[in-house]
Design a binder for this molecule. Structure first.
Ligand code: HAM
Length: 430
């Protein structure tokens, strides 16, 4: 027996009506982004591996364990992008694209991480990312947060998410802190779990957001990053908090929030929800003022951005079931030719005329040719609103019959009156 070929583990197919919700979410977010002056950038899915190593950091989970690497035919190591910021900055630097006119960008598309698949965590997932370049002020940081809160309001999930903010300080601040943290961890080595032991020298900051409650308890006694922040970083964090408080956006400071990518400095943040299981972050981001310099050696351009995980957003929206999309009539007009000869030809011809006149309607031809009763049953299943019947009688008399399946009313009229008749019954949709 032939075994079915299945999708790659952790990579999913999405069907209607999930795709309808997906489209609605993307369109809502894109509309708001335009409203804030953001422009789209399209970047490749495949990049040179060195890009991610440099940008995200060699000693991060993503680069160490999660990248989909492959060698092309020339032996060059390439990677399926695990995130969009690195490619976005690479593109800007490569094309010298940066200017004050082009400093607000967004992208949308699939990312790939070889993680253990679970609900809300996939090996292929989609992000909408936004990046703001060359602007450095708590006001621009707050703009990113305002935009994201605007998304949640429009998507009717603002009460189901909460914002956590932190400052991870400058490189210098973190270096000083890490020294002290390692000393503490060494003293308590026997209490560490395997994950923390592994990270202790490689990426000790990541221990701070360990999910293990025992580690969290231990960390209560550890030196705190907030006590190592420079005055400048504290001022920026406080200013940002003041601005978003004024804007009435609820948030809390989570001093243990560090994020999993090495390019961040100063402000980091995450939008979290308790309604989708253990992978709670629907959007994460922060400031990355040294990334352009790291990737270009030329100039330094500061940056801040974030990315939204679309699948997690969909999980949340579906779980709380508050958005009702208008799919009541999946098909507006269903043309039913009663034979596959002249009636079918007519259906093809007429459907084109209707589509041209009513480009927003969903118009489908039935290729069933079974008896009308059966066709009506099928049409009801498919949520058809109007049947346009082309039977023998109609052809002989140059007529058409339209049947409103909702009101259970039908009307026969001359073919030449088709558009007038449709305008009359559909005028609310034109
Ligand atoms: P990130 O936190 O790694 O940040 O990913 C952003 C979002 O993508 C997460 O909050 C989550 O919603 C979603 N996500 C991440 N991994 C998975 C997964 N395996 N399955 C499903 N969803 C996932 C970044 O990627 C940064 N580039 C964000 C950024 C932009 N920072 C500055 N600019």
């Amino acid at each position: 027996m032939i075994k079915n070929i299945t999708a790659v583990h952790g990579m999913h197919d999405y069907f209607f009506p999930d795709t309808l919700l997906w489209e609605y979410i993307e369109n809502t977010i894109k509309r708001i982004l335009k409203n804030y002056g953001y422009k789209e950038i399209k970047i490749p899915i495949l990049e040179k591996s060195i890009l991610f190593k440099k940008a995200i950091g060699e000693i991060t989970d993503i680069v160490e364990k999660e990248m989909y690497n492959l060698n092309d035919r020339n032996g060059e190591s390439l990677t399926l992008r695990p995130e969009g910021t690195a490619g976005c900055i690479r593109a800007i630097v490569e094309h010298n694209f940066f200017s004050s006119l082009n400093n607000r960008l967004w992208y949308n598309g699939p990312m790939f991480r070889y993680e253990r698949p679970q609900k809300g965590r996939y090996r292929q997932f989609n992000q909408i990312g936004i990046e703001t370049l060359g602007l450095e002020s708590p006001y621009i940081d707050s703009e990113i947060i305002i935009i994201t809160s605007h998304f949640w309001k429009e998507l009717n999930i603002i009460d189901d998410v909460f914002l956590e903010i932190n400052s991870i300080g400058s490189t210098k601040d973190r270096k000083q802190y890490i020294k002290k943290l390692i000393l503490f961890l060494e003293k308590n080595f026997h209490l560490l779990d395997d994950d923390c032991k592994r990270r202790m020298y490689k990426n000790p900051l990541r221990i701070l957001d360990s999910k293990n409650p025992n580690m969290q308890e231990l960390l209560n006694k550890a030196p705190q990053l907030k006590n190592f922040l420079s005055k400048d970083c504290i001022v920026k964090l406080n200013k940002l908090c003041d601005i978003i408080k004024l804007l009435k956006i609820n948030f809390s400071i989570n001093y243990r929030l560090v994020r999993g990518l090495d390019y961040y400095n100063d402000i980091v943040f995450e939008w979290i929800t308790n309604k989708i299981g253990s992978h709670k972050t629907i959007c994460g981001g922060g400031r990355y003022d040294k990334l352009v310099k790291k990737l270009s050696n030329k100039t330094n351009i500061s940056g801040i951005g974030c990315a939204i995980g679309i699948e997690r957003l969909i999980l949340l929206i579906k779980n709380i079931n508050r958005i009702k999309l208008k799919d009541d009539y999946l098909i507006d007009i269903y043309l039913v030719p009663m034979n596959d000869n002249l009636a079918l030809y007519k259906a093809l011809f007429i459907s084109e005329i209707i589509r041209k006149k009513f480009p927003l309607l969903k118009i489908v031809i039935s290729y069933n040719f079974s008896n009308l009763k059966k066709q009506i049953v099928q049409a009801i299943k498919q949520k058809v609103h109007f049947l346009l019947i082309i039977g023998e009688k109609e052809i002989n008399n140059k007529q058409l019959t339209i049947k409103d399946l909702l009101l259970n009313k039908q009307n026969t009229f001359f073919e030449k009156e088709l558009i007038t008749e449709l305008v009359k019954i559909l005028n609310f949709k034109t």
